[in-house]
Write a protein that binds this ligand. Structure first.
Ligand code: SF4
Length: 270
């Protein structure tokens, strides 16, 4: 996980007392929030240089199918069933003509397998009928496919077709609220609010970085505040344990050492 680029000066370890961030006291201007959001994005780029969609895929159809399956379950679980699924159903036509029960048997471990199997068959049929068997790039076309909402459509557009998009999932919602980057609650309103802060060219990567941070450091129940590399920029510092040892014990994932290096300030100058 070594990164040739030196971490920015933000990673010199600095702390605040919980509740003392200007944004936590309602004293942040709109411009201040935009600047802070962009600083956070730059810092997260250093923390997670390899941030990416954690679903395995090799083409737009595989990503679309994997994303539909990922509703209400983990990417790890989806990645366990997709090798066999993709081998058996390599094209939209294959899903369109498939037996729903047979799809269901393969995807059973991801939960809601009957409904999801129906979505995959319906999705194959619609791709064949309306899009020549190809996955469309247009947001309006994507959200009309069975089982495909705005979040799924953005995942596919951003990662299979390189159209910038913000993926507002539960991690993303929790993080942007903790970071006080928006007060909006509706996913589309959140998308617009964050879209106004973060540069468009970075929307897809910002989503990956935020989701990586939510999975590894800023956990839903017990965030690792004491060892969080962006703690100084976070008005919610103190939502989890603020002591170094306790925070460090909560940091997970293959990048753990790199995260702790930056959070401790020891990444500075590497
Ligand atoms: S872990 Fe704590 S300090 Fe870091 S982003 Fe989450 S709430 Fe903020």
């Amino acid at each position: 996980m070594s990164d040739a680029v030196s971490p920015p000066p933000h990673f010199v370890r600095r702390t605040r007392r919980p509740g003392t961030h200007p944004a936590a006291k309602g004293k942040e201007t709109e411009l201040g929030r935009t600047r802070r959001g962009r600083r956070i994005n730059r810092m997260l780029a250093q923390v997670y240089p390899d941030a990416h969609a954690e679903l395995d895929f090799t083409n737009p159809l595989e990503l679309l199918v994997a994303t539909v399956l990922s509703a209400q379950t983990t990417d790890v679980r989806v990645n366990q069933v997709t090798p066999e699924l993709f081998r058996r159903y390599p094209t939209a036509e294959a899903y369109a003509t498939a037996n729903v029960d047979e799809i269901g048997e393969i995807i059973r471990p991801v939960g809601f397998y009957r409904a999801k199997a129906g979505h995959l068959k319906g999705l194959g049929e619609m791709l064949v009928d309306k899009h020549g068997g190809e996955v469309p790039e247009d947001l309006d076309d994507l959200v009309k496919l069975p089982g495909v909402g705005r979040k799924t459509a953005h995942v596919v557009r951003g990662n299979a077709f390189d159209h910038p998009g913000l993926t507002v999932d539960t991690h993303f919602q929790r993080l942007v609220h903790r970071l006080a980057l928006t007060e909006e609650n509706d996913p589309v309103a959140i998308e617009h609010a964050i879209g106004a802060i973060i540069e468009k060219s970075d929307w897809t990567m910002f989503s990956h970085r935020i989701i990586f941070h939510g999975r590894r450091v800023c956990h839903a129940r017990k965030p690792a505040c004491g060892a969080c590399p962006i703690a100084y920029e976070c008005p919610s510092f103190g939502a989890g344990p603020i002591e170094w040892d306790e925070g460090a014990a909560l940091v997970t994932g293959p990048e753990r050492e790199h995260i702790l290096d930056l959070a401790s300030g020891e990444g500075e100058g590497q």
